[in-house]
Unconditional design. Sequence first.
Lengths: 113, 111
Amino acid sequence: DAKTTQPTSMDCAEGRAANLPCNHSTISGNEYVYWYRQIHSQGPQYIIHGLKNNETNEMASLIITEDRKSSTLILPHATLRDTAVYYCIVRVDVKTSYDKVIFGPGTSLSVIP
Amino acid sequence: NAGVMQNPRHLVRRRGQEARLRCSPMKGHSHVYWYRQLPEEGLKFMVYLQKENIIDESGMPKERFSAEFPKEGPSILRIQQVVRGDSAAYFCASGWGNEQFFGPGTRLTVL
């Protein structure tokens, strides 16, 4: 899997949008960008993934640059419960197969009241 | 996280004892992954199993660690002769393809 770099930590005011950046300059053409998060003392939770188009679901939006070398996860209205470590991962789409997830250190997001 | 069960949630062992961690995947899933998270570190893949088969154990320590997923019953991660460095959170995930659902983890403390 291609390597990603993320800021170690970020703060966000409650109710504001949280924008979490990720660099993946060596991403391959068949690799997707995935985001997971881990709330303290819990197991990781899948958030969203995408290839090159922007994606949105009930949890977040994913914006991928045209050259695919970076992306941003957007939590539109952050709440205190969004305080967690957010992991950006690139991996081949495994819709019809299986693959382990390789986690980096992630970004520790603190949502502040 | 709903559906993947792990027990116990907390396990305390003395050095030299054995630790057995159990994981029941989500209903209908026959694939299980084990990950380890050392204190203040990220999650590291350990092993991937199907029913009665170990598919990928590239992340397993060479000694003292073993895993199984029998035809009936939960997957078991077994650590023999535990040492203080084994203290960590151990997460199990089940799923297929993009969707890996993680359990709540077992926190192992070795005294």
